[in-house]
Design a binder for this molecule. Sequence first.
Ligand code: FES
Length: 234
Amino acid sequence: MDRRGFVKLCTGTVLTTAFSQSLSSRAGQIEAFPPAKLVKADGSPLKASEVGLNEAMVFAYPFNGIPCYLINLGNRTAHPQAMDSTDDGVFSNPEGVGKGNHLVAFIAICSHQLSYPTPEISYLRYANEGSELAGKPGRIVCCAHGSVYDPAEGARVESGPAPAPLLPVALDYDAATDGLTATGVVGKAFIQRFFKNFKGDLIERYGAGVYRQDVGETTKAVPLSQYSAVVPAC
Ligand code: FES
């Protein structure tokens, strides 16, 4: 190849790379929503040090009808990396927060067939101690059809039919108060698909339109075992 051709190829490569990076950086990055402070069932602020290891805590964000999981990774730490979602493009999952960067949060809706925790049942759970399906500790398992996600790796899929990771919730940590505030999510298009698929159930549970409303300045976080009457193991 002559020099002119080489320069042209290099220029094209640089332009293509820059274009795809620009597309990637535009697509699916965390979108800010009105901040919501995480509080306990009695309305008092939830402290990061109060988030237990054994199970996820459930809170709604950014809308009343969107369940999220707050997870204590224990001695594991979250690794930000490029992830690809089905509906919202490429994004980077955030680092963990808290004193040991060990707290992470995700929208608790399985990317396979959108199984999510309800007051009646949750097929999706964090299995700190391991499970038959996961085969190792500290994974999120979906017992609906057998998907496994790793919350320390941006909730990427480890096995099963899920086509994409769980989507992240950004948290702010206040070291002075040990408090946590949800500030944004990836998943605007995913959330719209979820609302469309489960509109009838959500209207019945929350009321027409209420499921789409912002959660407000605070959002209650409760252990999954208190949120859902049945949490199957798998
Ligand atoms: S809905 Fe979760 S694995 Fe199918």
